[in-house]
Design a protein around this ligand. Sequence first.
Ligand code: MLT
Length: 229
Amino acid sequence: MTSPTRETDARKTDARQETPHPALESHVHRYVAGTSGGRTPLLALHGTGGDETDLLPLAGLVAPQAAILSPRGAVLENGMPRFFRRLAEGVFDEADLETRTHALADFVEAARAHYGLPAPIALGFSNGANIAAAMLLLRPESLSGAILIRPMVPFAEPPASSPLDQVPVLVLSGSMDPLIAEDQPARLAASLSARGAVVERRTVPAGHGLSQADVTLARAWYEREVAGA
Ligand code: MLT
């Protein structure tokens, strides 16, 4: 659990801070300050129906002592927060995805300036993994890497190439995931590798939900590829 003293409810502006950039207000979010300097922060991106508190425990397990920035998706689908609209299960509104990806990247930029953070590692689950993948493709400068849990291919036609020079990415799929077609993780990994990302792809014995194996692999990957790099 995170200590309340480490958490900032960003809807309440700290009077000592300078006026935040308007992009910081675009996403309700939680910020948990890191307790050890030099740990690359995590950008926690929840799945459909989650919110800004959902992935805080997972983030704390994956990168203990790192700062955590955790926004809530700004779209509502039948009352469930998401990061972008979809037309049906697994069928994305790609124009909306593009707009929302830029808005999230602008938010991250404003949050980095406000909280004094380096580019974070995205820790995205499901819908959050999909917008993290879109950020890698459209706004690679906003992330220093990504852990994508149960991602899909975000765009049918990958957008114009932007380099992802040596950016580390972990793709975690579930062998019994009923929501994601088998070829999706490999196609996503290939399109990120083609831009220069260093992609590790692992399949865990799980469905679409999170499993202990995801936590173990994500934590080991963070220590090896991010903290130990
Ligand atoms: C999505 O819409 O991003 C994917 O279908 C995953 C989900 O959120 O269910």
